[in-house]
Design a protein around this ligand. Structure first.
Ligand SMILES: [Fe+2]
Length: 343
């Protein structure tokens, strides 16, 4: 799960109420277009933001952030350029390099780095994150029960493989161009059992992918200042354009997604652990969802000691500004380390 969390980060418990607006004079999240109000339920909701105006995402600011980011929350990854939709990344390290050097390597190499949870934990970034989440909460008309966000810095033609996230997710794009394909959150694209397994941490967030699925995906092109939120559990994948990409990936929970996930978790747990089938997790009536959500809390405690898929991935390369693609493979590894997700 460490690498899965490189995409969206973990979830920090915190309440972003609809009335908790910041004292800042300029909004960071611009008012949604009329007709796009409310949470994304069936389709992607696109909107604009002004986070670039904070100066927190310039080369200088990012180099300083990388220097200050704790190494246990800093992921360094490589992948093939324009990777197939289901191909995973491979983890490495960037020891001994400054933030400016790492940023330079990402710009020119085949690299992708993530400052996990930097938005909610770093003191320079936290105020902007709290303000933007309060404004988002007001736009969608939902309290945000918890939220976490990572800063993703990725090179030309890098990508994120096909996967589905357990929480509500959205992307605030800062620099470069990228295209996201968002697929329907239905059994044809991510089965109910697969989603239960992700929530129960039996599998990582990746899922089986076939190229034919792309015909049914909504394509979202992100330019600087663009943002989008998509329906809960909607699988997605990303391909970068030809220059450095900088984005903030946000994972958050609303009362609605907490109830929905509670139903998936409890029904999935009962099916697996005691052989009790309460029927489909999708489409559980709201009243029953609330009961199942309450039930999921003690079950999560029971599960705490169980072995999950969370693990430390092997470090297969070092970042090297003089190596091809700025990737110096460690002994025993090479491009063959790239693996298809969900195998
Ligand atoms: Fe994601």
């Amino acid at each position: 799960m460490r690498l899965a969390r490189a995409v969206h980060g973990g979830v920090l418990k915190r309440h972003f109420g609809t009335t908790a607006m910041s004292a800042a004079s300029e909004p960071l999240i611009l008012p949604f277009p009329s007709g796009a109000k409310g949470m994304p339920t069936d389709a992607v909701v696109r909107f604009r933001h002004r986070l670039n105006d904070t100066g927190l995402f310039t080369d200088e600011a990012l180099a300083r952030l990388i220097d200050e980011q704790p190494r246990d929350r800093f992921d360094v990854l490589t992948m093939r350029r324009n990777p197939p939709g289901g191909e995973r990344w491979t983890a490495g390290e960037a020891g001994g390099l400054s933030g400016a050097e790492i940023l330079q390597a990402v710009k020119t190499g085949a690299l992708w780095v993530s400052c996990r949870k930097a938005m909610e934990l770093h003191p320079r970034y936290k105020p902007a994150f709290r303000q933007a989440m309060a404004e988002y909460s007001a736009e969608v008309g939902q309290p945000i029960l918890s939220a976490s966000a990572s800063i993703l810095i990725s090179g030309p033609q890098m990508g994120i493989f096909f996967h589905a996230d357990a929480a509500d997710t959205m992307l605030w794009h800062m620099r470069g161009t990228k295209t996201m394909l968002v697929y329907p959150a239905t059994d044809d694209f991510i089965s109910e059992r697969a989603m239960e397994a992700i929530l129960l941490k039996e599998t990582l967030s990746d899922a089986p992918y076939e190229e034919a699925m792309d015909a049914h995906a909504e394509r979202v092109v992100f330019q600087p200042g663009d943002a989008a939120a998509w329906p809960l559990h909607g699988p997605h994948r990303v391909i970068n354009g030809d220059s450095l990409n900088v984005s903030v990936s946000v994972e958050y929970t609303t009362p609605r997604s907490a109830r929905t996930n509670g139903a998936f978790y409890t029904k999935g747990w009962l099916r697996r652990r005691v052989g009790l089938d309460l029927g489909a997790s999708r489409g559980t009536p709201e009243a029953l969802q609330s009961i199942l959500w309450a039930t999921s809390k003690p079950l999560r405690l029971v599960e705490r000691g169980r072995k999950t898929v969370e693990k430390r991935h092997p470090r297969c390369f070092d970042v090297d500004l003089d190596a091809p693609d700025c990737v110096s493979w460690r002994e025993g590894y090479g491009p063959a380390a790239f693996a298809l997700a969900a195998e």
